[in-house]
Write a protein that binds this ligand. Structure first.
Ligand code: SAM
Length: 241
């Protein structure tokens, strides 16, 4: 209970610093997500569990940061490699009119996400168990999303092959990165272009406490060739570029 109070105050201060306001009830639901995460995290390795204030900033505020900079998506979104729900759960709570898919390869994490969706009531969200390399080929997923988001999943060269096939023409892939973002971008230029992407912007921001983060905004300018994504494992073993 005390932890929840600390979580909510830190989140409130962070949102104010970013000039963000959320729909009624969204912050409390983030608090419930955090409580479930703390409970499950003790039993399994869902995430490196942090203290309440740290989690509010490094997980929740970081997930929401793009909303301080970009206009909201004009269509459905997918979070690739959502883990325990970042950035997808905070974004879905902030944007209740937008449909979200949380794609995750590990079954126990998907079970956790489904429990969260049910317990905190997230009707605009569904969790899907599978690999990006498979879902990226399926009609209804391929080239179907206005925003494709991913955080802490893979280096950009590899990640681009997981994410860009999902982006519809004119939509964007948002890669949440740390200070190495620009260096990853330099290695990924050819991969992005092969997959139909073009770098629109690198937005640098600082979280309260000073952590430097970078949001790489990649626009889909041409369709991804049918060859991509290649079969599971290849993007990691032989990244494009
Ligand atoms: C380090 S975790 C990060 C989770 C979350 N995005 C976050 O920021 O806390 C990376 C997650 O990506 C998932 N993942 C990795 N490769 C994937 C793929 N090809 N398709 C779907 N999920 C994948 C892993 O199972 C893992 O849960």
């Amino acid at each position: 209970m005390q932890e929840l109070g600390k979580f909510l105050s830190a989140l409130e201060a962070g949102l104010a610093a970013f000039g963000l306001s959320l729909p009624p009830g969204a912050q409390e639901k983030m608090g419930r997500h955090f409580a479930l995460l703390s409970l499950w995290g003790r039993r399994s390795s869902l995430t490196a569990i942090r203290g309440a204030e740290e989690a509010a900033i490094l997980h929740y505020l970081d997930s929401l940061a793009p909303l301080a900079h970009l206009p909201p998506p004009e269509g459905p979104c997918i979070d690739v490699g959502s883990g325990a729900g970042f950035p997808g759960v905070p974004l879905a709570l902030a944007l209740p009119e937008v449909e979200f898919v949380l794609l995750e390869a590990t079954r126990k994490k998907v079970e956790f996400l489904r429990r969260v969706i049910e317990e905190i009531s997230l009707p605009n969200c569904r969790a899907v168990w599978g690999r990006a390399e498979e879902y990226g080929k399926i009609a209804g997923y391929r080239e179907s999303f206005a925003w494709v988001v991913a955080r802490a999943v893979a280096p950009l060269r590899e990640l681009a092959e997981y994410t860009l096939p999902f982006v519809r023409l004119g939509g964007v892939f948002l890669a949440y990165k740390g200070p190495r973002g620009e260096a990853e971008l330099a290695e990924a230029v050819r991969a992005l272009s092969l997959l139909g992407g073009e770098v629109a912007e690198v937005w640098q921001y600082f979280l309260p406490g000073g952590e430097r983060r970078q949001l790489l905004v990649v626009r889909k300018v041409s369709p991804t060739p049918a060859l991509y994504p290649r079969r599971p494992g290849l993007a990691r073993k032989r990244p494009l570029g």
